[in-house]
Design a protein around this ligand. Structure first.
Ligand code: CAA
Length: 306
């Protein structure tokens, strides 16, 4: 694994056996998958036990496709899924050695979840957020363990993307950063380290790029397909900016753009109105079947939506 010379030293994380995950959406399930794949017991929480259980079933179904393709043995899939235990709520995090929060990009929601997790977790357990832009320092400040809090920002889709961005909050201890970094590497990820500055490293670059594609679209510079071809064939990106925004979720892209705009106070980060309008319409991208493109029920792209 290549890591920058500024990375913290590798430490023993064999004591981190139980990983709590908050959020059974696409990011939470991806984190649950890579944690379970690397032998951890996963305690999965969503707004209710039913939603958490449904999330685990969706993950089992998506792993079923890998079994059909002969990429994963059926018994390995069964063992992986069996390591994921859906529970009622954060009050069930008593056994967790680490909790990773992957709920929606909304500060008040994350604060509520952080407080609940912190109250249930044992002393010394680590608490991380997969937030893509919200201040780790602010989240840490509502807990009784700010030195044990850090950012653990996985990329979407988590099982396929090689990077995990580690974010050091103002109060994160060196040991916490070293442990979270080593754990992410154990989960097969290459890590980078960011200061707790809005957007960190990845979204500081990505969101202005996606937003600029939205401005070009609303100005009629080109069609959605041509903008995406520009990204794919002109820049050699695996996906064009609009289809990538649909994959991430337009609500998430807008939430991050708003954090960058508000926190930096610089109008260069203002969100394009086409992005605001699609979110207002409830067209949030692939997860709702419609964003910049229309998708079938299996997630295959059909045609531009606008
Ligand atoms: N677990 C393990 N393997 C899986 C899997 C899973 N859950 N799902 C799929 N796979 C396997 C597939 O079976 C397939 O294997 P084969 O090639 O052997 O058949 C392989 O992984 C690739 O699957 P796909 O054919 O579906 O993937 P692809 O080649 O079309 O690539 C992609 C898909 C990885 C998403 C690629 O298009 C890509 O890299 N897109 C860009 C994604 C990106 O930029 N993400 C970052 C977003 S930014 C972010 O997340 C941060 C934020 O805060 C907003």
């Amino acid at each position: 694994m290549e890591n920058s010379p500024h990375q913290p030293p590798s430490v023993d994380v064999s004591h981190i056996r139980v990983v709590g995950v908050i959020g059974a959406g696409q990011m939470g399930l991806g984190i649950a998958q890579v944690a379970a794949q690397t032998g951890h017991e996963v305690v999965l929480v969503d707004a209710s036990l039913e939603l958490a259980a449904r999330g685990r079933d969706r993950l089992a179904a998506s792993l079923g496709r890998l079994v059909e393709k002969g990429k994963l043995a059926a018994d390995a899939r069964d063992a992986l899924v069996a390591r994921i235990r859906p529970v009622k709520g954060a009050e069930d995090f008593g056994t967790a050695d680490l909790v990773v929060e992957a709920a929606t990009e909304h500060l008040e929601t994350k604060i509520k979840l952080f407080k609940a997790a912190d109250a249930a977790m044992k002393p010394g357990a680590l608490l991380a957020s997969n937030t893509s832009s919200i201040s780790i320092t602010k989240l840490a400040a509502v807990t009784s363990r700010p030195e044990l809090v850090a950012g653990m920002h996985f990329m979407n889709p988590v099982p396929l993307m090689k990077l995990c961005e580690i974010v050091r909050g103002v109060q994160s201890s060196d040991q916490t950063i070293a442990a979270i970094t080593t754990l992410a590497q154990k989960m097969g990820k290459t890590t980078i380290l960011s200061k707790d500055i809005p957007g960190f490293l990845v979204n500081r670059m990505l969101i202005p790029f996606l937003n600029e594609a939205c401005f070009a679209l609303q100005e009629g510079v080109g069609s959605p397909e041509d903008l995406d071809q520009a990204g794919k064939l002109g820049l050699n990106h695996p996906m064009g900016p609009l289809e990538l925004a649909d994959l991430i979720g337009l609500d998430t892209c807008l939430a991050i753009a708003e954090v960058l705009h508000r926190e930096f106070g610089d109008d260069k980060y203002r969100a394009a109105s086409v992005l605001r309008n699609l979110v207002a319409a409830g067209w949030l991208g692939k997860k709702t079947g419609r964003g910049f493109y229309v998708y079938d029920e299996k997630g295959a792209k059909l045609r531009p939506a606008i």
